[in-house]
Design a protein around this ligand. Structure first.
Ligand code: DGJ
Length: 543
């Protein structure tokens, strides 16, 4: 009899062999699903517990090599590593892959995976990582100009030779990775470019750019708008609606006069360019690929922030122009995690957080982002830097690593994550017949609320593994379980500390008495990271 599991494996093998026959199949795939997106490596789901290197760290082999053991000790399973175009193609068509090869060798030696970041035409808006032979030839590789007419160190998106050079370099990189890594699959994803974003205006104003701007909106975008009219993100749809849903007019007439339209126009061409680079790379080796965005500060207008990148209000434009990309990803240097993650999980976009400021909040946020948004992974920025948070992140990642088998195989009925702090002291989750009231550990009457240290950002992840059974993990919170049916009173049957070693459950302490407040709730002190398996029972509320 063919079971569901063997059918899936057979289907995977079939797809794999067709693609393998075409020569570019990586065996790494993103399986999109609202319930649980999966990154599959040889058909096995993988959760990225990552970190991104500071910009210059991978530019010198010796410099990078000093960090591998430290990163391994922090329980990272994946490192996000820049590939610098200027060092990879110092002379036109002369490629040097020594940095790429040594990063792969370091990762293999430490049993880690790599996500490479292609610092190509743009890095944080600028073109600083493009090779000098390009930067010094503005005739062949045109730049943008500011409003005063001064040229910027930013390549114009309308430079066809620039696009060809980027495509060629990226495709050559992907070919090299296929030839040297397809068997071992150390490299599992690629970021194409880095934080694309137009400055200091929302669009380019060269003669070429103006000509394009005065043309009609390309039919490709119009077709997408028509097809997805009812599911466009509302802030983007509103601009089109205000103009009467035009289908055959200029950018200005279709979306209105102003910087918002300038940004949409520029986003279309940035996304098309990036799609071309992505396709050229995937043709050689089809790893999952994504782009990342610098998030704007509140209240800023297009042109005042790096504009036209893969931002939430432009998701439709990017998805229409760049179908080859698998994900649009946010970089976090602000505290508004929930706000932006909610925006980035619209339009079936799978969440992956490639950068987050490496501060004391990240260990809890890793649990929140993976538990609540079913993200493919998480990665604080400048992960190798001296940081007081490193040991807490190591503990958080250790727990996520232990729970990975349950998370990625969907061995749960419900899964969620949360963060708590002084402003957000408690939250509730509904799982099956239970309401879970979750509070920061510092809310307990015996906690000294006055001390700021007890209010550090805490959080956790909860998996309901059976109707009356939960795996609760994290640090710095208490959970009270209540039955949604008020005729029933819910009590803790048992709360056991558990750890998982190679997938096998090992029991720790029975957490009764003071540890579960004599049966009232389960608790994790601030800084005490752990997993508890909790079983519940219900009794009649009334006689
Ligand atoms: C976001 C960028 O993507 C990174 O490369 C780096 O420049 C950080 N900002 C700086 O904090």
């Amino acid at each position: 009899m063919i079971t569901k599991k063997s059918f899936i494996s057979l289907a995977f093998l079939l797809i794999a062999s067709i693609a393998f026959a075409q020569g570019n199949f990586s065996g790494v795939q993103l399986k999109q699903s609202a319930a649980l997106p999966q990154l599959l490596i040889n058909g096995q789901p993988f959760l990225i517990l990552g970190g991104e290197l500071g910009n210059s760290t991978a530019s010198n082999i010796k410099y990078l090599n000093q960090y591998w053991s430290h990163l391994k000790a922090m329980n990272l399973n994946t490192l996000l590593v820049p590939v610098y175009w200027e060092l990879m193609e110092p002379n036109e068509n002369k490629f040097d892959f020594s940095l790429v090869d040594s990063a792969i060798a370091g990762a293999r030696q430490h049993e880690m995976k790599i996500v490479f970041l292609w610092f190509g035409s743009w890095k944080n808006s600028m073109s600083c990582y493009a090779p000098l032979w390009m930067k010094t030839n503005a005739k062949r590789f045109p730049r943008t100009f500011d409003t005063a007419g001064r040229s910027q160190e930013i390549f114009s998106v309308f430079g066809s030779a620039t696009l060809e050079a980027d495509k060629k370099a990226f495709a050559t990189l992907m070919k090299h990775i296929r030839e040297t890594d397809a068997a071992k699959k150390t490299v599992i994803m690629m970021q194409v470019e880095n934080e694309i974003g137009m400055l200091p205006t929302a669009r380019e104003f060269s003669k070429t750019a103006n000509n394009f701007f005065n043309e009609k909106v390309p039919p490709e975008l119009i077709n997408y708008l028509q097809k997805n009219k009812n599911t466009l993100v509302p802030e983007f749809r509103a601009g089109w609606e205000k103009q009467g849903f035009k289908l055959n007019d200029t950018w200005r007439n279709t979306f209105g006069e102003g910087v918002a339209t300038d940004e949409i126009f520029q986003a279309w061409y940035y996304a098309k360019y990036t799609n071309d680079v992505t396709l050229a790379g995937k043709k050689e080796y089809d790893l999952p690929m994504f782009v990342n965005a610098a998030l704007p500060r509140p209240g800023k207008l297009p042109g005042q922030y790096p504009s036209a990148g893969p931002l939430p209000h432009l998701i439709d434009v990017w998805q229409a122009a760049a179908p080859a990309l698998d994900m649009l990803s946010p970089d976090f240097y602000n505290p508004d995690t929930k706000y932006w993650c909610d925006l980035y999980t619209r339009n079936n976009n799978t969440l992956f957080v490639p950068e987050m400021q490496f501060d004391q909040t990240v260990p809890a946020k890793a649990m929140f982002i993976i538990g609540h948004y079913k993200a493919l992974g998480f990665s604080p920025f400048s992960i190798e830097s001296e940081n007081k948070t490193s040991s807490s992140l190591a503990k958080s990642y250790d727990i996520l690593h232990q729970l990975t088998q349950f998370i990625v195989n969907k061995s749960w009925l419900n899964m969620d994550g949360f963060i708590l702090d002084k402003q957000n002291k408690s939250t509730s989750l509904k799982m099956g017949q239970y309401n879970l009231r979750i509070s920061h550990d510092a809310t307990l009457s015996w906690s000294s609320e006055s001390k700021d240290s007890v209010w550090s950002t805490t959080g956790g992840i909860i998996l309901q593994t059976a109707p009356d059974e939960f795996l609760v993990a994290g640090s710095g919170f208490v959970v009270k379980f209540e039955n949604a049916n008020e005729n029933l009173v819910t009590n803790i049957a048992s709360a056991d500390e558990v750890t998982y070693i190679n997938g096998v459950e090992m029991k720790g302490r029975r957490m009764n008495g003071d540890q579960d407040h004599q049966g009232r709730h389960i608790s994790f002190g601030v800084g005490d990271w752990g997993i508890q398996r909790v079983k519940l029972y219900n009794s009649a509320a009334l006689d």
